[in-house]
Design a protein around this ligand. Structure first.
Ligand SMILES: Cc1cc2nc3c(=O)[nH]c(=O)nc-3n(C[C@H](O)[C@H](O)[C@H](O)COP(=O)(O)O)c2cc1C
Length: 355
């Protein structure tokens, strides 16, 4: 497959095919497998403690010499998190767990951990990372300056043309256009707006408005999707759901099996699990939280509230109480090694490109 352009030059990769960062799914082995195959792996570290980030980066570097990206959640916490909203939800969740013969420790409102991108930057810069992607917002002026001083190339997530122009004018080097089909959290960040634009509509409109390379994300699962993104003017693609069932994925066996059975209509957008809008497969935890009618705390408070039961459920290989983030086309994910999934994607795309 031949698809060389400004993006492949900027990132120092052979194919402009990027494995999406997927917190809770992506392992260093997955990142390295994609980078070693000529694409770009992305290591998700959103919200993780700095020492954990250092260890993960070291692990990836032990597995590949090729470029890979580190992915951050760049947002400012809400000024106020409501204790009553949190405690009412906690009471409901404890009741729900008991009714399902499960137990998970309650969470202390005053001890919700928060590691901001500002806490994380020093270890990322110290590790010599040169490619950073981000979602949920963008760095402030000082953040941009610091990253640029360290010659870090920045890839920011946009879910609308307006967000893309905000990112590009602030100095973001590459825009990732995330369509509504995409699995996981929406990157949307402009106050009071929740864009719901599909990848097919979003990519060309962003391409026409910004003067930086655009990466298409959302619903791309095979060579046809890659070729379509190229025709829309994208300089590359970012794929998450395609790797959900990879051997290197952290999804449990039951989680992977559940993904094998889903169809186009089995995912939904919900705030129930984390407090931010995200696309995933409906399960008991989502349904019950939504049916409770209770208000949901803003991210990361709701995320921390549901974290203990998600951990317990993972250990039990129970899919009813975990988060199964997935895109609208995730049913096409292959249960192969990451390297084989990537090689097949390149092969299919080459056939369509006729080179
Ligand atoms: C399980 C899962 C976790 C995700 N976690 C992150 C993340 O940590 N950071 C991020 O920028 N995007 C995250 N995303 C969104 C992806 O970057 C990307 O937008 C999406 O996977 C593209 O759509 P697709 O799943 O249809 O390929 C996640 C997506 C999934 C499916």
């Amino acid at each position: 497959m031949q698809w060389k352009n400004e993006l492949t030059r900027m990132l120092g990769i052979i194919y402009p095919l990027i494995q999406a960062p997927m917190l809770g799914i992506t392992t260093p082995a997955m990142v390295a497998a994609v980078s070693n195959s000529g694409g770009m792996g992305s290591l998700p570290v959103g919200g993780l403690p700095p020492e954990k980030i250092t260890a993960l980066i070291r692990e990836v570097k032990g597995l590949t010499q090729q470029p890979f990206a580190v992915n951050l959640f760049v947002y400012e916490p809400a000024e106020h998190y409501d204790r009553k909203t949190f405690e009412d939800m906690q009471e409901f969740l404890q009741f729900l767990y008991g009714a399902n013969r499960l137990a998970a420790a309650p969470v202390n409102f005053d001890e919700v951990p928060f590691y901001s991108w500002r806490d994380q930057l020093p270890v990322i810069l110290a590790a010599g990372i040169k490619y950073v992607s981000f979602t949920f917002g963008m760095p402030d002026e000082a953040g941009f300056r610091l990253l640029k001083e360290h010659h870090v190339l920045l890839m920011g997530t946009a879910t609308s043309v307006e967000e893309a122009t905000v990112l590009a004018s602030a100095g973001t080097d590459v825009v990732i256009a995330q369509g509504i089909e995409a699995g996981g959290h929406r990157g949307s960040f402009l106050p009071g707006k929740l864009p719901q634009v599909g990848t097919l509509a979003l990519v060309p409109q962003i391409v026409d408005r910004v003067h930086v390379p655009v990466i298409a994300a959302g619903g791309i699962m095979d060579g046809r999707g890659v070729a379509a993104a190229k025709m829309l003017g994208a300089a590359g693609v970012q794929l998450g759901s395609l790797f959900l069932r990879a051997h290197e994925s952290l999804a449990t066996p039951a989680h992977k099996a559940a993904l094998a059975d889903i169809t186009d209509t089995d995912t939904l957008l919900t705030r129930a699990l984390s407090g931010r809008w995200a696309r995933g497969v409906r399960n008991t935890l989502i349904t019950e939280i939504e049916a409770s009618g209770l208000p949901i705390s803003e991210y990361p408070y709701q995320n921390e509230l549901t974290r203990p039961i998600r951990k317990v459920a993972r250990e039990l290989d129970n899919t009813a109480f975990v988060n199964m983030w997935a895109g609208q086309a995730a049913g096409k994910a292959r249960a192969w090694s990451t390297a084989d999934i990537f090689a097949e994607l390149v092969r299919e795309t080459a056939l369509l490109f006729n080179k």
